[in-house]
Design a protein around this ligand. Structure first.
Ligand SMILES: Cc1ncc(COP(=O)(O)O)c(C=O)c1O
Ligand SMILES: [Zn+2]
Length: 409
């Protein structure tokens, strides 16, 4: 690989050549991270080069991605999602500027497409014909979709509670789906055993070190879409921790190659009923105390996050803050984003926005700040909660006189 130096263990520092089928540290079992040759990337990639580039997918940033120079990136069209200015909502909340990055507009309707698109390329480089993962739903549907687009087979393990929309996507993409009678933790354990036994390519969170590099492309896009200006804050919903770690890595990469001059602070947002990462950050420790998975935001109901350390370190390194939000606050944010911005997120998709709103109300961040809120998944995946948030329509007979009693102007 042209610009990758090695993979290193975030716990013991052991280094490994970046084989496509890398998993965890052979010495200590720790999570691996991909290291880049920044001086060489800086020599090849700058704002002028990017301005000339026509590619409007995540592969636009190929120099910053861990794929072979000749890797075929054919597949679903992932990335370059819109970054919407939200001036009215910004004014209501007291922000100088607010942008909504709608990653629910990816091909399978979540940010996870960024990780899965990379995973299927690495699977191809490894010579695998079958990929597998366990997931709360979105990683699953994104992997199944990207696998289908490239002619790979997929085995997907989901917890019983995964919303119907996500399960329908899996079936539509022809995945071999195992709905595990248990929670995400149970699905993860069964998938790990099955992957070990049948030798499938492993796209499980934290086991596959390439995923956060796919996810980091969201930050590369945000910075470029803002003309290489960096917001004061980036709000992200957090479950396993891979996404927020990826968001941080994207900004760090840009800083290292000189494309941005400062780094944003991360707002790590979890559900009050399942917030082990935020609890550790708030307690000033790096000890994981697993929690129950008690939130309607199914995608971030992760009681034992596997990317715990990467996430905790990312939030701390950014000088970031934590916010925990109730299910009611998540539903309110869903309706508010829909109503004020025309953006329809799933509960976990808008949890970052819910946290941003709460952080402003609690004066954890100053009025007049600039912020980006990443919407990580589309609301059509989970209609039951959308109806919870937005309510049912008026029902009337087809009679204008009844209507005129209701419409006042
Ligand atoms: C819509 C959505 N938002 C946020 C997250 C959180 O990402 P992570 O689990 O990597 O922290 C997920 C993960 O499944 C998700 O699907
Ligand atoms: Zn190690």
């Amino acid at each position: 690989m042209l610009y990758v130096r090695a993979a290193t263990c975030i716990h013991c520092g052991a280094e490994y050549p970046p084989r496509p089928d890398l998993t965890v540290c052979a010495q200590c079992g720790g999570v691996l991270e991909i290291l880049y040759d920044y001086p060489r990337i800086a020599a090849a990639l700058n704002s002028a080069v990017l301005a000339e580039r026509r590619e409007t997918t995540m592969w636009r940033y190929r120099e910053l991605l861990p794929i072979e120079a000749d890797s075929d990136t054919a597949g679903l069209r992932v990335g370059w999602s819109p970054l919407y200015p939200a001036p009215r909502l910004a004014a209501t909340l007291g922000l100088a500027e607010l942008y909504i990055k709608d990653d629910g507009l990816n091909p399978t309707a979540s940010l996870k497409d960024r990780a899965s698109a990379l995973a299927v390329i690495k699977a191809g480089e490894a010579g695998a014909d079958t990929v597998a993962c366990s997931s709360t739903g979105n990683a699953a549907s994104s992997l199944a979709g990207s696998a289908a687009a490239r002619g790979l087979r997929s085995y997907i393990f989901i917890p019983a509670r995964a919303p119907k929309g996500k399960v329908a996507q899996l079936m539509m993409f022809g995945a071999n789906v195992i709905s595990v009678q248990g929670n995400y933790e149970d699905a993860f354990r069964l998938s790990a055993e099955a992957i070990e036994r049948w030798g499938w390519y492993n796209r499980n969170a934290a086991i596959n070190p390439y995923l956060s590099d796919g996810k980091k492309t969201v930050s590369l896009e945000i910075a470029e879409q803002l003309g290489w200006q960096v917001p004061d804050y980036v709000a992200v919903s957090v479950g396993d921790g891979c996404t927020i770690a990826g968001v941080w890595k994207g900004f760090q990469d840009l800083y290292e190659i000189g494309l941005i001059r400062r780094l944003p602070r991360l707002i790590s947002v979890q559900a009050t009923g399942c917030c082990p990462i935020n609890q550790a950050i708030e307690a000033g420790t790096e000890d994981l105390i697993p929690m129950a998975e008690d939130t309607l935001a199914d995608s971030i109901a992760v009681g034992r996050p596997r990317n715990f350390h990467k996430a905790v370190r990312a939030v701390r390194a950014s000088g970031g803050i934590t916010v925990n939000v109730s299910d009611q606050e998540i539903l309110s944010a869903m309706a508010l984003l829909g109503k004020t911005c025309g953006v329809f997120g799933e509960p976990a998709g808008v949890t970052g926005a819910a946290g941003l709103i709460k952080a402003l109300a609690e004066k954890k961040i100053p009025a007049g700040a600039t912020a980006v809120s990443i919407v990580t998944g589309n609301g059509l995946k989970d209609i039951a909660n959308a109806v919870n948030a937005a309510g049912e329509p008026l029902s009337l007979p087809p009679d204008i006189s009844q209507l005129s009693g209701i419409i006042t102007k």
